[in-house]
Design a protein around this ligand. Structure first.
Ligand code: KG4
Ligand code: ZN
Length: 335
């Protein structure tokens, strides 16, 4: 099958995005972020997110189609993120996509946001089977990508996601929302072995994670220093925290690759923008001779290009939804 053109929409959290893909090649990927609005409140305000999606979505979709050089009528299907995410935010995308599909008489494809994150790697040429480290604001998983639309979760976090831990630690250190990227920058100036933080579950014989204790360890460290009237070197703290999280992620991924006997590894999700994680994954791949895929930052954080990539493979399999498609806020990968 060729000349398949799909318009994809993503609105699960605080980015309104639309993309056009043709035969697996991304032609446009327009992203309108709401970060500045939510930063005023220290986190995503769901009601504001829904309203902002509603305002942005028509022009984001128009720009994605125009940039690709097509019209809605040219599309083979319309795809949209159906979950997981904020219900009100998801509903804006799902309703808009359904309206477009109905008006233009096109099939509709409901896409899992996490399958989308993983599918950013298909755009780089990653071919299943491979292992993917999924690290976003809401999820931390090691996934075996069996096929383009078939995923097995080997392990996941038992409490906070890695991105959530970065954001919470950044917040207690006084960095503005979303703190993950800011903490990463600050860490570059610090000594990553200066403060001893726990590396929870790193030695356990499984592929699971736990990050909530690390946030408590940072809080305890800050409180102790305050009680003793000691100055905290924030760059050292950021660097030590980043080192611990990245060591845990990379150690578990290496364990999975060895035990599964898979020599191709990939990463996805917002935390995949982390500079230390990216360089440690390269070292891991060099050391073991793994093939490695790391998407550009735009394809790691939320965007419709990754949704379009998964939708293309769902189209090839004939995996369509109908106009009963609904938002599923707590959708789990593979369900
Ligand atoms: O995948 P994503 O854009 O949204 C979700 O689906 O959750 O991930 C957002 C998460 C946030 O927690 C953000 O702080 C984190 O990714 N993040 C980072 C970096 N850039 C974004 N975490 C650590 N280092 C970064 N450079
Ligand atoms: Zn995401």
């Amino acid at each position: 099958m060729n000349d398949i053109k799909i318009l994809a929409i993503e609105s699960s959290c605080d980015e309104t995005s639309a993309a056009v893909i043709r035969d697996g090649e991304l032609l446009s990927n327009v992203i309108s972020t709401q970060i500045d609005i939510h930063a005023l409140y220290g986190g995503v305000v769901p009601e504001i997110a829904s309203r902002s999606h509603l305002e942005a979505i028509p022009s984001v979709v128009d720009t994605a189609l125009k940039t690709a050089g097509y019209t809605l009528e040219d599309m083979s299907a319309v795809a949209v993120t159906r979950g997981p995410g904020l219900v009100g935010a998801l509903l804006i995308g799902v309703s808009y996509a359904k309206a477009l599909a109905m008006a233009a008489n096109k099939p509709i494809i409901g896409v899992d946001h996490m399958a989308g994150h993983i599918s950013a790697n298909f755009l780089l040429g990653a071919k299943p089977p491979f292992l993917c480290l999924v690290v976003s604001g809401g999820h931390t998983m090691i996934v075996r990508v069996n096929d383009y639309t078939d995923f097995t979760i080997l392990g996941s976090t038992r409490d906070d996601a890695a991105g959530e831990a970065f954001d919470k630690v950044a917040r207690v250190m006084g960095l503005a929302y979303p703190g993950g990227a800011k903490l990463d920058k600050l860490a570059a100036e610090g000594d990553e072995y200066s403060i001893d933080l726990p590396k929870a579950m790193i030695k356990e014989d499984n592929y699971d994670f736990s990050f909530s204790g690390m946030k408590s360890a940072v809080l305890n460290y800050l409180n102790k220093a305050k009680m003793k009237n000691e100055e905290v070197n924030k760059a050292d703290l950021a660097a030590s925290f980043r080192r611990s999280v990245v060591d845990i992620l990379v150690t578990k991924l290496e364990k999975a690759a060895k035990e599964e006997g898979i020599g191709t590894i990939a990463v996805c999700g917002g935390v995949a923008c982390n500079s230390l994680l990216r360089s440690e994954l390269k070292k891991l791949a060099d050391k073991n001779g793994y093939e490695l895929y790391i998407p550009d930052a735009t394809l790691c954080s939320d965007n419709a290009g990754m949704i379009a990539s998964q939708a293309y493979h769902m189209y090839l399999k004939g995996d369509f939804s109908d106009l009963k498609l609904n938002a599923v806020p707590s959708l789990e990968l593979g369900c």
